[in-house]
Design a protein. Structure first.
Length: 118
């Protein structure tokens, strides 16, 4: 779906069941930015260690665990609201242009010799 913004705004949950241990998943970062409830395979936390099950998402290792997480979110509005709030906070803290951009700029400046390395 492109652009995904409207779908993410309406989604009850974003499910990322991909078990492949492969870097960062942009769809998860986008879901964090949109304050979505995320249910993802545990393998995705290897590329995004900021994902903490029960704090800003729910992680599972099997199809049954992922399905149970979806059912739990459908029945627990307090949990759903908390995960949404924490998802957005995680995005702002680690991935926003302001914070991630600042860290990237620092690395580039240090590599270019413009700022003393620490």
């Amino acid at each position: 779906v492109y652009p995904a913004d409207e779908e993410l705004e309406r989604a009850d949950v974003v499910i990322v069941p991909t078990p492949i241990e492969l870097g960062i998943r942009v769809r998860i970062l986008t879901a964090l930015a949109h304050s979505c409830c995320i249910v993802a395979h545990r393998a995705n936390a290897l590329g995004i260690p900021e994902l903490v099950s029960g704090e800003n998402c729910i992680l599972g290792s099997t199809g049954a665990e992922l399905a149970d997480a979806c059912i739990k979110l459908a029945n627990d509005r307090t949990l759903s609201d908390m995960l949404r709030s924490n998802a957005r906070a995680t995005y702002l803290r680690y991935f926003s242009m302001e914070n991630a951009g600042r860290a990237l700029t620092k690395v580039i400046e240090e590599a270019a010799g413009e700022v003393p390395a620490r």
